[in-house]
Design a protein around this ligand. Structure first.
Ligand SMILES: Nc1nc2c(c(=O)[nH]1)N[C@H]1C(S)=C(S)[C@@H](COP(=O)(O)OP(=O)(O)OC[C@H]3O[C@@H](n4cnc5c(=O)[nH]c(N)nc54)[C@H](O)[C@@H]3O)O[C@H]1N2
Ligand SMILES: Nc1nc2c(c(=O)[nH]1)N[C@H]1C(S)=C(S)[C@@H](COP(=O)(O)OP(=O)(O)OC[C@H]3O[C@@H](n4cnc5c(=O)[nH]c(N)nc54)[C@H](O)[C@@H]3O)O[C@H]1N2
Ligand SMILES: [Mo]
Length: 805
């Protein structure tokens, strides 16, 4: 979230699109209700299904799953045509005036630079025109035909009301109600918020769906404002922490990238490429501090073994060749290229797409280790469970080891919520039986590997043997020890610019401003620096004193620097006056920025310093045109899902799906057609269950005992299905059996001249449950393809058939 859950109470308008917050985030949703009650804020919902969020909304509009870019692109077009733009903000705080490279082009669904053989774009021309000093050229009048504003206007002029209706199935009247509500948020003192989650991320074009909305929020001047923002409501309790800690295959902690084998073969290459220069004169770009963050990270990794002479151990860090996302890994297992798999707190058999293919992939492993408090479908993937999982155990060679762990509630540690708050928690109970904390298991594994490497040698032993392991008990590091490493410490006396010692050797740091690039500091996660200082564990604070606008700076600790709303410099106009005097986050007092929040800016940089608010961007401003950051285009464009119910793209029939999609050869025969599978399937969650594990909780199985699917009254009639009948839902990849819920909540839509039916499928099933019923894995149905940028699987839109079972 750019903002916080608490801040939702200040919104002048709330849209939930691409999520179902009342169901999946019922506690945080309280703040939506507060806004409605206290200020009469209107809540609008756009979703393929009439959800529990829709049931408390002021307005609901249906949409065909997978078509949101057409909806939001039409919204951009409508805002431009109706002059609902926060002009001062757009001119000063976005790249609207930046002039784009001469070679940039978009034609008939293709951006310039596509390589047909590699099935990839070369994004060289998706960039700005630079002057002799390397600064981006701009045209503040916005008239230049190649300025971002003009290119954007042209790009979205194709997204007419008719086009929107044709692609989304949403009526023009419904769309206009949404557009008008957003249009009111263009007033400088108004801010609307968007709450979204998987309804946007789980598509082949998911990243671009979110980007389209981010563009809308920039056009309306809603970023950095209290009550505004682009707010991703996160998933698992610590999934925010997972991305913060860099647990993705190409990431390092604090959103640094893991070195890449071609881009960063040496330490010098890494620093040169990852320390970008500002694109406008006078701009601060905080990534200019990469050397301090990165060297401190390496000092944490390799301790005393990291020296200036060996580039702080840079060569021991792995260099990636490609992303090892869950699809890539599963495909490698399927090809027999992986021998062993360690599955920690993950029910991959339940949660990965194309579950039958996942079983085949697991069957080719020699061994699998499952660290989990429960017996999961992953641990029992080799067992036969009849129709629900019809495999032959005698043909599966994989040896499975189960290592019981505590559940998160039985351990201490920090959990980062969607608001970026690190909240320390304490164990609620002792773990039962033989359960060992995850830390102990991994530490013991590390100690054994280290011993083996030290005794026997091997290829490249240093990444293990040189790893810094300073824990009191090396077999059981504590969460407290790890948290302090995240915060960082001085390895020598640290001095300020005037030569005064600000941290003594051995002391915990106060924040990332104290990090150094000369090896005198160590820090695992620069964005967490400040969370456990010499003043103690800041994450464990529970003082809810309000510093204004519901900000509680002494409750837990938010990254970065305990700042609650990021980009908040943009809540003031260029002269430093708040756009909305009734909701002041920060303001310029003549000497410094101060207010209810910590300024997301150089604290003493005067408004006329030439510095712009978006200090994490080279541009210093928000990106309407996204220069060279994404693989599938600098402007979001609507493309159909891998499996399209209309089989064409009304915007450009020659290019139906995104050209940047990665489809593995081994699954090309597992893609269904609309002739065989005419309906759109979409999977989602229920409040009563959490993912795949609460099937083990009796009370929750009583609350929500059976697998079901939601179908419209119209489809039920066509198919002769009655409420409560067993139905078989099938896709090109597999089938499931579930109870039919025939409902008014899903309605057929008219899309591109045809009727499109959508089938809603809750995801929580599986054979490991306490009900005694052999439930199916919903992911037997879903396609093995991901978002082109993140590779998050396309769980939200695929083709199915439905029959009475
Ligand atoms: N009770 C409970 N809470 C949970 C979870 C749980 O399992 N149970 N899981 C947690 C996790 S891990 C996560 S990631 C979050 C997920 O939180 P959400 O994303 O809110 O949950 P979902 O139910 O997967 O999907 C949200 C909505 O997206 C809609 N949708 C599908 N396709 C589209 C589309 O193309 N466009 C639009 N506009 N909407 C679409 C679906 O109909 C659904 O209503 O929830 C978390 N909270
Ligand atoms: N069709 C479809 N599939 C989906 C989705 C969808 O919307 N549709 N959503 C996707 C999303 S957003 C997510 S997040 C994934 C979730 O996928 P998974 O993470 O695979 O699903 P969970 O069931 O939450 O599995 C978490 C496991 O962690 C265990 N656990 C709990 N505490 C601890 C602990 O302290 N230590 C260890 N070692 N284990 C612990 C639990 O018992 C549980 O088995 O599913 C994805 N799959
Ligand atoms: Mo999730």
């Amino acid at each position: 979230m750019t903002n916080t859950f608490v801040d939702i109470q200040h919104a002048d308008f709330i849209m939930v699109m691409g999520g179902n917050a009342a169901e999946a985030h019922p506690v945080g949703f309280k703040w939506v209700i507060e806004a409605k009650k206290k200020k009469g804020t209107k809540l609008f919902v756009v979703d393929p299904r009439f959800t529990r969020t829709a049931s408390v909304a002021d307005f609901y509009a249906p949409i065909r799953s997978g078509s949101d870019i057409a909806f939001l692109g039409a919204l951009i077009n409508w805002l431009i045509e109706n002059d609902k733009i926060q002009w001062e903000y757009v001119k000063a705080y976005t790249n609207a005036s930046f002039i784009v490279d001469e070679g940039y082009d978009f034609d008939e669904g293709m951006f310039v630079g596509y390589d047909e053989t590699k099935k990839k774009y070369n994004n060289e021309n998706w960039y700005y025109q630079l002057d002799a000093n390397g600064y981006a050229e701009t045209d503040p009048s916005l008239h230049h035909p190649r300025c971002v504003w003009q290119l954007m206007k042209k790009h979205y002029s194709r997204y007419t009301l008719d086009m929107m209706h044709n692609i989304c199935g949403t009526s023009k009247e419904d769309f206009l109600k949404v557009a008008q509500a957003w249009g009111e948020m263009a007033a400088p003192n108004k801010a609307g918020t968007i709450l979204y989650a998987l309804g946007w991320t789980q598509h082949t074009v998911g990243t671009q769906m979110i980007r389209t909305m981010a563009m809308v929020q920039l056009l309306l001047g809603n970023i950095g404002m209290s009550g505004g923002g682009v707010n991703a409501l996160r998933g698992h309790s610590n999934i925010q922490g997972l991305s913060d800690l860099g647990l993705l295959s190409t990431a390092l902690p604090g959103y640094m990238v893991l070195p890449n084998e071609t881009n960063h073969p040496t330490f010098a290459d890494y620093l040169a490429k990852q320390t970008p220069k500002p694109l406008r004169p006078g701009q601060l770009n905080y990534w200019g501090n990469t050397p301090a963050f990165f060297v401190s990270f390496l000092k944490w990794m390799y301790g005393d073994a990291a020296t200036k002479e060996n580039n702080w151990g840079y060569d021991w860090l792995p260099k990636w060749d490609k992303m090892y996302d869950i699809l890539q890994l599963t495909d490698l297992m399927y090809q027999g290229k992986i021998n062993g798999l360690l599955v920690q707190g993950f029910n991959a058999q339940g949660s990965f797409p194309d579950a039958n293919r996942v079983t085949e992939a697991f069957s080719k492993l020699k061994y699998m280790v499952v660290m989990d408090p429960l017996k999961t479908e992953t641990a029992s993937f080799w067992e036969n469970h009849g129709d629900a999982h019809d495999v032959d155990p005698s043909k599966i060679q994989t040896e499975v080891f189960r290592l019981p762990t505590p559940c998160f509630a039985e351990e201490a540690g920090s959990i980062v919520n969607s608001s970026r708050w690190l909240q320390w928690h304490h164990p609620g109970a002792k773990p039962p039986g033989e359960a060992l904390p995850d830390l102990d298991i991994l530490a013991e594994l590390h100690m054994l590997l280290k011993e083996m490497y030290e005794k026997e040698g091997g290829t490249a032993p240093e990444p293990i043997t040189k790893l810094n392991w300073p824990y009191k008990n090396p077999y059981a590091p504590t969460p407290e020890e790890m948290a302090k490493e995240s915060n960082g410490r001085a390895l020598a006396d640290i001095k300020d610019a005037d030569g005064n010692v600000i941290r003594k050797k051995g002391e915990l740091l106060d924040g990332f401003a104290q990090l150094r690039d000369d090896g005198s500091t160590s820090c695992a996660t620069w964005i967490f620096s400040g969370s456990w200082t010499e003043q103690g564990n800041q994450m464990d604070r529970r003082d809810n004193t309000d510093s204004g606008l519901g900000n509680t700076p002494k409750w837990a600790w938010a990254w970065p620097a305990n700042r609650r709303i990021i980009y908040n410099r943009a809540s003031c106009d260029p002269s430093g006056k708040p756009w909305n005097p009734d909701r002041v986050l920060i303001e310029w007092d003549g000497k410094k920025w101060s207010g209810a929040d910590v300024a997301d800016f150089k604290a003493d940089a005067a408004p006329d310093s030439g510095m712009n608010p978006f200090i994490m961007n080279e541009e210093g401003v928000g990106r309407l045109f996204c220069a060279r950051k994404l693989v599938d285009g600098p402007f979001p464009e609507h493309y159909e899902p891998l499996e399209s119910p209309i089989g064409t793209n009304p915007l450009h029939p020659k290019v139906v799906q995104t050209p940047a999609m990665r489809l593995f050869d081994s699954v090309k025969d597992r893609v269904g057609t609309r002739q065989d599978y005419p309906y759109v399937g979409t999977t989602y969650r229920l409040t009563e269950h959490f993912q795949f594990w609460t099937k083990s909780v009796k009370l929750l199985m009583i609350a929500q005992p059976q697998q079901f699917v939601e179908i419209s009254e119209e489809l039920a009639k066509e198919k002769g299905i009655a409420k409560g009948d067993w139905v078989k839902v099938s896709s090109k990849r597999g089938w499931i059996k579930a109870k039919a819920v025939v409902t008014k909540r899903v309605k057929p839509l008219q899309v591109n001249g045809q009727t499109v039916h959508q089938v809603g499928i809750p995801l929580h099933g599986g054979w490991e449950n306490v009900s005694g019923e052999k439930q199916f894995l919903v992911n037997s149905l879903t396609p093995f393809v991901g978002d082109c940028n993140t590779q998050t699987p396309e769980y939200k839109t695929f083709l199915v058939n439905v029959e009475k079972a």
